[in-house]
Design a protein around this ligand. Sequence first.
Ligand SMILES: Nc1ncnc2c1ncn2[C@@H]1O[C@H](COP(=O)(O)OP(=O)(O)OP(=O)(O)O)[C@@H](O)[C@H]1O
Ligand SMILES: [Mg+2]
Length: 143
Amino acid sequence: MVEFISHSPTETESLGERFGRAAKPGWVIALSGDLGAGKTQFVRGLARGLGITTRVHSPTFTLVNEYGGGRLKLFHLDLYRLETVEQVWSAGVEEYLSPAGLAVIEWMERIADCRLPIADLKSVRIDIVSEMERKIIYDDLGA
Ligand SMILES: Nc1ncnc2c1ncn2[C@@H]1O[C@H](COP(=O)(O)OP(=O)(O)OP(=O)(O)O)[C@@H](O)[C@H]1O
Ligand SMILES: [Mg+2]
């Protein structure tokens, strides 16, 4: 487990960028944090670190946003709206758990009960410390 302190949105994005540069094909990053913690900011950095130039937006109305044009494809998922195991399966979440690229998944806890195999799992949690300060906790959860 590694902890980082971020003092600005730019710093959070830069940290994401470092992760993007280090990312290997098949990585799944479970991303969590309260409303306004900086999750989208972090994913913008991830995209930049992969060399993706498209602006990242949260997948609010879709399950997944897919970004190409970089070193690896980036899949940004939000599982918030999935409520039952059936919905998880029929939504096709499974293919993103051994992604052909890098998957970053918000609300991973939605599939905690589904016993889905995950190839290479990392976790990033962003905690709000104060208005501008964030604690970012990284954990490599392995296979
Ligand atoms: N150190 C920091 N890191 C990241 N964001 C910060 C920081 N300090 C302040 N902010 C502000 O917090 C907000 C983070 O917004 P962002 O959309 O990234 O959060 P989110 O976790 O994706 O929220 P949501 O759950 O609503 O999607 C922005 O308004 C940003 O300017
Ligand atoms: Mg967001």
